[in-house]
Design a protein around this ligand. Sequence first.
Ligand SMILES: Cc1ncc(COP(=O)(O)O)c(C=O)c1O
Length: 463
Amino acid sequence: MQFIAARIDESMMIPGERVRKILIREQERFVTERPRSRSLLERGRRSMPGGVPMSWMLSLYEHMPMFIAGGSGAYFTDVDGHRYLDMNQADLSMNCGYGPEPVVRAVAERMKQGSQFLLPTEDALVVAEELARRYGHSHWQFTLSASTANIEAIRLARAVTGRDTVLLFDGQYHGEINESLVELEDGEVRPGTAGLLRGAAECTRIVQFNDLDAVESVLGDGDVACVVTEPALTNIGVILPDDGFLHAMKEIAHRHGTLVVLDETHTQVCAYGGLTRAWGIESDMIVLGKCLAGGVSIGTYGMAEEIGCHLRGGWQADPAGQDSGKGVATGGTLFGNALSLAAARATLEQVLTEETYARGAALGGRLADGIEAAFQKANLAWSVQRLFCRSGYTFAPQLPRNALEARAVENPELRGLMRVYFANRGIWEAISSAGPAASFPATAGDMGRYVAVLEEFLDEITS
Ligand SMILES: Cc1ncc(COP(=O)(O)O)c(C=O)c1O
């Protein structure tokens, strides 16, 4: 019999067989209780591959996706009338909650007066100035997603340094971009998906997080344009940096003429000014997106003027005189549009305030305490990750320091079961391996609800 999770008392392990039995029961219940979603999915298959408008909506889940009727605050409802407390907020893109009032008002007003002109509105200035104040980088550009912000940041780094290679950390995800859609296999970087250009992985190097020697060794080759990293890895559970790691990494990078691109797309929910401000991190460029406009599509990257000037002439002329005078190509017709910037302004000024972040972090702490207590009660030697409003857990006594350690103790089968089990009890985690996060409109009672279902679950798998 395969055992899937070590307990404090090694003689009391959780058998994989039991997990599979509960999984089948819960999946059947999930499908049976959602007839309207089932029939919409059936109909969707005639017009969209897999029946969904974007393939993640299928590929993320082991069970069928559900169709959504609407949401409000920390909750949403599916078309069969089930209401869910959202503990992943659409992969941290909806932390401001569903339908935040100030954003609803700003978007309605902007729509009435025109949402896109291919020219700036004053909101752009207000947003850029506010981001500069919070994150410290003086100049900003806007896209419609964090993926495209990362693409432009990397392209800019290549133009500034005249180098091709990008260094990433194992366990990374930075969006739908060639450099990030790769994985480490037997020490080699290989395409992680079909359809990439042959050789797409050739310009990406990958090392383990928290390994300064490996960073030094790769950057020492002198061909790396930029290191792209999150301040704490968040796409493989949560992996925190060792004390001093980020600072030392930046020193090494600068010594070798490499730029640091800090991707705070996820960690921007942690604190006012992100982890950049909370932890005093220095970077050459910073990338944000997801919840920054309260749920309206946006991506952005901030930089110093010396880097920003490589963009100033668009792609017709590069006033910095780099790259044969061609300048760096960026942008899209709807990037930096008036609607997303009106939404971002309302979000920054009225939703993502210092008090909001402090409240979110307090809720996250409460959640982590509750999870820890639940594990102790169930006599499970699992450890709890704490990152402000975001929590999570590892099925092992120690938290991992890099992706290799994280993978060694991960259990997708158990995670899959947890998601469907929780969904059947009104709690939704779209990316269950991420771990739960408190949304800003959630309450202490909501955290208690999550912990109560967790206790019920642990009770069932360990009894
Ligand atoms: C750290 C990080 N950066 C960038 C992205 C890309 O964001 P988007 O899919 O909104 O473009 C993601 C997506 O999950 C992410 O986790």
